[in-house]
Design a protein around this ligand. Structure first.
Ligand SMILES: NC(=O)c1ccc[n+]([C@@H]2O[C@H](COP(=O)([O-])OP(=O)(O)OC[C@H]3O[C@@H](n4cnc5c(N)ncnc54)[C@H](O)[C@@H]3O)[C@@H](O)[C@H]2O)c1
Length: 328
């Protein structure tokens, strides 16, 4: 039985704790959050005791930790948990700074612990099936990848201000998916962005509409389209085009019921947001983490993948600022 401590009992901490209650061979051993009510609420749901973060990390009863705190708290917790020899499941992004992620990588390597970067979209059953069919050669050599990722509505401005910007907060998922689906690292990054959804987002120094083009050393091209608005639900689609054909995964809708009348065909909106759309992915990424820790192997994606996605996000932000393509 793997005993896991939850650091951060907010939105995502609750998702991971709920996954653990459904997975055999692992359990929530303790929860920690400086907001006492948040910790108590998750303790009530899981039956696990509330501890301080330090006590949880130092507890000999805890084998692994889930870091689900705001991103600016990840670094310190990674350092402490790695030094205490705990396996780490860390929410994305690992940190906002490439330099600090490299420091995390070295402490993780020195400690010889398992480290998982929670890029959950790799575990979406449809996206994972596209990746494995591409890797099996079903459409031959990949030439073009298109990733569409649009939120139903913008987050609160307070979130935008501390988010690190659309590339590091939101597109980071798509940048990781590009590496996963292309099977190669992009070496060239071009970006454009606008503020079309809410002028306050622009006033906070960010954009709400962005497009990025990536190219790998062998010439494969990826286009990513992001928006903080989609009137029809959480828009999450991928399409891989190759020499022998095309593989794609469409949106998951709220229902599969369709009505057809003389005025046309009508279907339900896309599932509302990430909690619904990626419910399976959140559970499956946790299963992968637990299996890897038990087997004593590195989970995937790991700290190196977190670093590479951050390098791409930084390059996209620089490309937007300078108007110049960036070589990475
Ligand atoms: N993979 C995904 O789909 C996904 C979705 C949402 C959020 N996230 C990531 O998860 C992280 C948390 O986001 P959220 O939306 O759950 O935030 P949140 O604000 O809802 O929850 C964070 C919680 O962490 C607590 N906290 C702060 N400092 C702490 C510390 N030192 N120790 C323990 N707890 C602490 C806060 O009090 C809060 O309750 C972020 O890094 C975010 O980027 C990932």
């Amino acid at each position: 039985m793997l005993t896991i401590g939850i650091l951060g009992c907010g939105r995502i901490g609750q998702v991971h704790a709920a996954s653990l209650t459904q997975i055999s061979g692992a359990r929530v051993g303790a929860v920690a959050d400086p907001v006492a009510a948040a910790a108590q609420a998750l303790s009530d749901k899981t039956g696990a005791p509330v501890m301080t973060g330090e006590a949880l990390i130092d507890s000999l009863k805890i084998d692994a930790v889930v870091i689900g705190t705001p991103t600016d708290a990840h670094y310190d917790l990674i350092q402490k948990a790695a030094k205490a020899g705990k396996a780490i499941f860390c929410e994305k992004p690992v940190d906002m700074s490439v330099k600090r992620i490299r420091a995390c990588q070295s402490v993780v390597e020195q400690a010889g612990i398992s480290f998982f970067t929670a890029f959950n979209r790799r575990f979406d059953p449809n996206f994972a099936a596209v990746q494995s069919r591409v890797a099996a050669g079903e459409i031959g050599n990949v030439e073009l990848l298109t990733i569409l990722s649009r939120d139903p509505s913008p987050p609160p401005l307070s979130y935008i201000r501390s988010s690190g910007g659309i590339f590091r907060d939101m597109m980071i998922h798509d940048l990781d998916l590009s590496r996963f689906l292309l099977g190669e690292d992009p070496v060239l990054v071009m970006a454009t962005g606008s503020c079309l959804v809410d002028p306050e987002i622009g006033a906070a120094g960010d954009v709400d509409t962005a497009a990025v083009m990536l190219q790998t050393a062998s010439g494969k091209i990826c286009q990513i389209s992001n928006s903080r608005r989609a009137t029809y639900g959480y828009d999450q689609r991928i399409e891989v085009h190759g020499e022998k054909g095309m593989l794609r995964a469409d949106n998951m809708l709220e229902s599969s019921v369709e009505v057809a009348t003389a005025s046309g065909f009508r279907r339900a909106p896309a599932q509302h947001f990430f909690l619904e759309r990626y419910a399976d992915a959140y559970r499956l990424e946790m299963v992968h983490f637990i299996d890897a820790v038990k087997a004593g192997v590195q989970p995937s994606p790991n700290v190196e993948d977190g670093l590479k996605a951050q390098i791409l996000a930084d390059a996209a932000a620089r490309a937007l600022e300078t108007g110049q393509p960036q070589h990475v």
